[in-house]
Write a protein that binds this ligand. Structure first.
Ligand code: ATP
Ligand code: MG
Length: 573
């Protein structure tokens, strides 16, 4: 490919909406073009990167016995009504009515389509297990598109669905997918991807993992144990607290005029926030009824854990004048009847706490949950924090990191097959619901995440396995017939050896050509100029700066091919 003919401009300053480096570099480098919020077109370099990632994924899915299929993007709403998701999913699901008046949706994921495809054909236990997958466009009307391809509204996803006749078989296959995912990320050149235990939503018992590329710009918060390797999304991380009981004291009401926050009361009464029973108030989405969580004063509630515990959706409460609770002074003693309460496990075992007295300007001291309330049933709804006790090895060394979710795998069980009435006949001729697993990777998000992880100030540093081209040849003197003949010669020879070459044949200053080359991020650069011609060599350098040297004309193409192969080998299976 000649740069002179390549569509797409490279420029110095990023568009103003680029706050993340990878977004800025991919916009500046002519990889993609903004069309509308969360919607981009890709130029050829961007498309080639995505294509290479897709090929890696395809290879891993085929090796995991996958059958590549293709589901429609536009689907009848009736299919989504069967699964219940037509109503349970919010405005992220794009809905419309076609010209005949049929309700339709745009696929944001394809569990329904997978069940639809398989349910009439896989009728006997002998047809199982099997896995179907596709690499295709998804549409999600995301509330907050951000970071270029990291969070978009239209994107390419690889989504796979496996079907099994037993839990054991699903678990066996899940492990195969877990390994395939590790291979995908390593082969694509992502350096810092870890798998973390993730929140399985309200489906109970299900197992799921997210693959997280560790990055400061990630939207997910992860709890990691450097000692034993435990890792979990904050939304799934168990918080274990062992409290010192403290000296029991009598329950006493004390005046705390105008002291409504933990900080206020704690400095007023000279007690640490750890000795507080704090109240956090939510409302049930369905009817706005109150839910009050009591938790140790120094901790926060994780809303996802709370939601899973409750089994219904909630939002932070707006407490008005006529509310039955007294904001700033809410506590478990004398708490109004009929309001749902949750006691976080962080309160377990403490004998002497400060809590609100459920009246204005007063708190209790000496609150002992068990003494005052009898048996308390505790739930773990706390947000994990740095230095927390690792739930796996028990050491107080949890560290908190940010990550970008590049893929996830999920043991779905019979959720969809039951809802959509997919059955098979088992060995005894009895109808059974198959168990499902699902496995997703965001192709564009992975490309952008790798750029985020692997770049310098001047541009992306693409791993050889996904680079848009393997070698860039820079002709520094297009007006010189000898230099041009040399340049075109090496391009031809390399291409004849199967090397993918981008050839910069433009009559521009070397500085401008190199700035563009940095933005292309191609791993190996070959410079042809009067100076190199004088020495009878090509100057070869690596985009990651690990090598720079002369390669003599004689045998140059073979030598460069070898360099490419050596780089490729780093990402081999
Ligand atoms: P997130 O929590 O980031 O919204 P998700 O849990 O909704 O992700 P899934 O529905 O499991 O994601 O989709 C599978 C994969 O598709 C994700 O792991 C991610 O790589 C990718 N993906 C999801 N949403 C987007 C998006 N809006 N833009 C780009 N890629 C996405
Ligand atoms: Mg999402």
């Amino acid at each position: 490919m000649r740069v002179s003919k390549l569509l797409g401009q490279r420029f110095k300053n990023p568009p103003s909406d680029c706050v993340i480096e990878s977004h800025a570099l991919m916009a500046r480098g002519g990889y993609m073009k903004y069309m509308a919020n969360g919607i981009y077109s890709l130029f050829m370099p961007g498309k080639r990167i995505l294509h290479k990632i897709e090929e890696i994924i395809r290879d891993e899915m085929d090796r995991a016995d996958g059958q590549e299929v293709l589901f429609p993007v536009a689907m009848p709403a009736s299919l989504w009504e069967e699964s219940g998701r037509y109503t349970s999913i919010g405005p992220e699901l794009a809905r419309w009515t076609d010209r005949s008046g049929n309700k339709m949706v745009l696929g944001m994921t394809h569990e329904e389509a997978a069940v639809h495809l398989a349910r009439d054909t896989a009728a006997s236990y002998a047809d199982y297990p099997f896995m179907i997958y596709q690499i295709q466009t998804k549409f999600r009307d995301e509330p907050r598109a951000r970071g270029g391809l990291i969070r978009v509204r239209e994107f390419t996803m690889k989504d796979a669905y496996s079907f099994h006749t037993s839990k054991e078989d699903l678990e066996r296959y899940y492990a195969i997918q877990h390994k395939a995912y590790e291979n995908i990320f390593r082969r694509a050149g992502a350096k810092n991807v870890i798998s973390v235990k993730s929140d399985s939503g309200m489906m109970g018992g299900s197992v799921s993992h997210e693959f997280m590329l560790l990055s400061e710009i990630g939207e997910d918060t992860l709890a990691i144990c450097p000692e034993c390797g435990y890792s979990a999304n904050m939304e799934a991380a168990e918080v274990r607290i062992e409290n010192e009981p403290g000296e029991p004291a009598p329950l006493e009401k004390v005046p705390t005029p105008g002291k409504t926050t933990i900080e206020d009361v704690s400095s007023y009464l000279h007690v640490s926030p750890k000795s507080f029973c704090k109240a956090v108030v939510y409302q049930k989405n369905e009817d706005d009824s109150l839910v009050v969580v009591f938790i140790r004063g120094d901790l926060d509630v994780n809303e996802t854990k709370l939601r899973n515990h409750l089994g219904f959706e909630i939002h932070p409460a707006t407490v008005g004048e006529d509310s039955p609770v007294v904001p700033g002074f809410i506590g478990p003693v004398g708490f109004p009847a009929g309001i749902k309460t949750v006691f976080d496990a962080s309160l377990r075992g403490i004998r002497n706490l400060v809590c609100g007295a459920n009246e204005k300007d007063a708190h209790y001291t000496g609150f002992d949950p068990e003494r005052e309330l009898g048996a308390v049933s505790y739930a773990d709804v706390a947000k994990i924090f740095a230095g927390a006790v690792c739930p796996a090895c028990g050491k107080p060394v949890i560290t908190i990191k940010k990550g970008i979710e590049v893929g996830n795998i999920f043991q779905l069980g019979t959720k969809y097959t039951k809802a959509m009435n997919m059955t098979y006949l088992d060995q005894n001729g009895e109808a059974q619901y198959p168990l499902m697993g699902c496995y997703g990777v965001g192709v564009g998000r992975l490309a952008a995440s790798i750029c985020q992880e692997s770049h310098d100030d001047y541009g992306p540093i693409w791993p050889m396995s996904i680079a848009p081209w393997q070698v860039e040849v820079c002709n520094l003197r297009c007006d010189d017939p000898d230099i041009t003949a040399r340049s075109e010669g090496i391009v031809e020879e390399l291409e004849a050896l199967g090397v993918e070459v981008l050839y910069d044949d433009r009559d521009i200053r070397p500085g401008a050509m190199f700035a563009d080359a940095d933005l292309f991020g191609i791993p190996i650069r070959v410079v042809v100029s009067p100076k190199t011609a004088e020495r009878g060599v090509y100057e070869v350098s690596y985009r990651d700066k690990s090598f720079r040297g002369d390669v003599p004309y004689e045998g140059a193409a073979e030598a460069i091919r070898e360099m490419v192969d050596k780089e490729l080998a780093k990402y081999a299976r």
